[in-house]
Design a protein around this ligand. Structure first.
Ligand code: GDP
Ligand code: ADP
Length: 185
């Protein structure tokens, strides 16, 4: 694997990005996962500084104003962004850093880091995607509706990405993900 590379990991809410990344990082501890900042409220079990840095809207806007975010976007009524400094530090140390971000953020990274490897995770179907979001049992009805509406827009943009992986069978998707990363990263 080459060193010092940014990897962008995008796909609709509920497609299994978090599930795939947890497994990938368990097998490849040398990969680094960027911890984002969000104004979303923590879900049960989410830990500040581990899953996200949970901040107020005012704190988020200050970070934007001071150029502290590498990219940022609004998603389903909340702000999300990537803290710039830790990512730049890890890249300069030769690490491969993964950003798990939505479409607008991925588009920003395409402009600022054109050499980033950009992967898009697809669901086997929209029906299965809805089933997974509901099965996760973490989101309100309003939040589910917003996520599904956004999912359709995101899926239409999948071909903007370098690699598309369908997360149908989890083990197969993980193998395809590893093959894509370790052949090209
Ligand atoms: N642009 C951007 N998107 C992010 C960032 N962090 C998370 N996201 C995306 O925001 C969306 C919502 O994330 P989250 O509320 O955790 O819901 P989930 O993806 O359904 O588990 C997902 O598509 C994430 O990939 C970030 O730093 N920047
Ligand atoms: N290949 C798969 N087959 C069936 N269920 C899956 C698969 N991948 C993930 N899931 C389930 O789908 C739900 C959403 O996964 P999650 O990783 O939270 O998605 P995301 O991070 O993309 O929002 C979780 O309940 C997870 O266990």
């Amino acid at each position: 694997m080459q060193t010092g590379r940014l990897i962008v990991f995008t796909g609709p809410s509920g497609v299994g990005k978090g599930t795939l990344l947890r497994s990938l990082l368990k097998h490849h501890p040398e990969l680094e996962l960027s911890v984002s900042v969000t104004t979303r409220l923590p879900r049960p079990g989410e830990i500040d500084g581990q899953h996200y840095y949970f901040v107020s809207i005012e704190e988020f806007e200050e970070m934007v104003k001071h150029g502290e975010l590498l990219e940022w976007a609004q998603f389903a009524g909340n702000y999300y962004g990537t803290p710039r400094r830790p990512v730049e530090k890890l890249i300069s140390q030769g690490k491969c850093v993964i950003l798990e971000i939505e479409l607008e953020g991925a588009r920003q990274i395409r402009q600022t880091f054109p050499t980033a490897l950009r992967l898009f995770i697809l669901p086997p179907s929209l029906c299965e995607l809805e089933h997974r979001i509901r099965g996760r049992g973490q989101d309100s009805e309003d939040s589910i509706t917003r996520r599904l509406r956004r999912a359709k827009e995101e899926i239409e943009a999948a071909n903007e990405f370098d690699i598309q992986i369908v997360n149908d069978d989890l083990e197969t998707a993980l193998k395809n993900l590893e093959a894509a990363l370790f052949a090209r990263c």
